[in-house]
Design a binder for this molecule. Sequence first.
Ligand SMILES: Nc1ncnc2c1ncn2[C@@H]1O[C@H](COP(=O)(O)OP(=O)(O)O)[C@@H](O)[C@H]1O
Ligand SMILES: Cc1ncsc1CCOP(=O)(O)O
Ligand SMILES: [Mg+2]
Length: 283
Amino acid sequence: MESTASQAAATTTDWGEKAWKLLASVRRESPLVQCITNYVSMDLMANTLLAAGASPAMLHSIDEIPDFTPCAHSLCVNIGTLSPSWLPAMKAAAALSSKLGKPWVLDPVAVGASSFRMKACLELVDFKPTVIRGNASEIIALSRASASTDSAKGVDSIHDSLDAIEAAKLLAQTSGSIVAVSGATDIVTDGKQVVGAHNGVAMMQTITATGCSVSALITAFVAVDKLHALDAAISALSIFGVAGELGMKMAKGPASLRMHLIDSLYGLDEAAVLSHVKITSLS
Ligand SMILES: Nc1ncnc2c1ncn2[C@@H]1O[C@H](COP(=O)(O)OP(=O)(O)O)[C@@H](O)[C@H]1O
Ligand SMILES: Cc1ncsc1CCOP(=O)(O)O
Ligand SMILES: [Mg+2]
């Protein structure tokens, strides 16, 4: 019993150190993160990246991709307000990132809501995202690769993240991507190993674009450690959750939490990260 407890303590400490090192790398290297995202999330995503020390660029014109995407360190593609005219730029940027060996992240917002979204996502998955991050309903829908309309309520999840573990593992195996599911427990898997981050506060769900923003944060983290995308993804999720926990201490509701979350992310220091990060193995 005693040795199990000390092993668990050691593991927790390792994850805290790993998460801190990754955040410190983002602050030091300030990776340029290209985001092709929805109209709702542009502001919060860009501010999340800035608060973490990264450099956001919300460039989505297909005419700029050949010049700009090779200069970016990573790419985040988010289909939240998808329309047919945006899809070619998303595919071109994803294809170029893959070809150049640059990490990229797909956020399949509301993928189960229409066959248009599902088809677009499946086409984007063919360009081998480094990480796919969605809520439980999105990951379940994408994993089933069907356009079923009963697996989500628009952009929000109707499932618990833990219900999506098997779907996430299957999607990771079929796509070759690291798959991340956000929720009360954030889950990340490579198809075999499953890790969970137990941070955050429930009120984060009542701020629009927190999911999009954590996908952007994952994109910044994989930019500084693309060879360890699972570690980068779970660390980013945990760090964002810690910022939510600290922000909640000063917040009166969703609007002030939005502000304090960004301030807390900006102000995170090593002691806060080491004492708050809660990442465990779930496999
Ligand atoms: N019940 C919860 N408790 C703590 N944190 C949560 C909870 N639900 C969501 N979060 C956090 O809120 C953020 C957005 O996640 P989520 O709401 O699942 O994404 P989406 O906005 O894409 O549906 C993530 O950082 C996640 O960890
Ligand atoms: C409300 C809404 N509608 C289309 S995109 C969007 C934002 C979704 O953001 P998130 O998935 O982070 O809640
Ligand atoms: Mg979302």
